[in-house]
Ligand binder design. Structure first.
Ligand code: ZN
Ligand code: ZN
Length: 137
């Protein structure tokens, strides 16, 4: 099981978890593109509440998902690094931004979501399912 620890670019916000990651979702939605400044976000799904933070509180941007439910996008107010999203449509999970992990060597995408807004040059990882929007269910 990977060691889950990490933090933001400036180091003010740090986190740890003893829980096992549930999946790794590449999200190609336009909001993740805006927030990350990249083509997609790499999100490690962690059991809700399993992350312990130090150096907080994080700043939060209250976004709205296509479900109509809030998406609380947590970031570091000092350096701006996105850290995790608390998505009310997925109440069992917190979505950690994989780039904030201390060790990313184990991270492998398991699913691609919101592929309908993927940038046209993106190559999807071989063998990973693609969904036009959120996966059914
Ligand atoms: Zn920071
Ligand atoms: Zn997204």
């Amino acid at each position: 099981m990977p060691q889950i620890s990490g933090g933001c670019l400036c180091g003010r916000i740090r986190y740890e978890s003893a829980a096992a990651p549930v999946m790794v979702a590449l999200c190609h939605c336009t909001h993740c593109q805006k927030q990350s400044g990249g083509a997609f976000s790499v999100n490690v799904a962690m059991p809700k509440g399993s992350l312990a933070f130090t150096g907080g509180p994080t700043a939060v941007y209250e976004d709205t998902g296509t479900s109509g439910l809030p998406v609380h996008r947590h970031f570091c107010a000092a350096c701006g690094s996105p850290i995790y999203s608390d998505v009310e449509a997925s109440p069992q999970l917190d979505w950690l931004k994989a780039g904030t992990l201390d060790d990313t060597s184990w991270v492998r995408p398991s699913v691609n979501i919101w592929c309908r807004s993927a940038q046209p040059w993106v190559a999807f990882p071989e063998g990973t399912p693609r969904f036009e929007q959120n996966p059914p269910g």
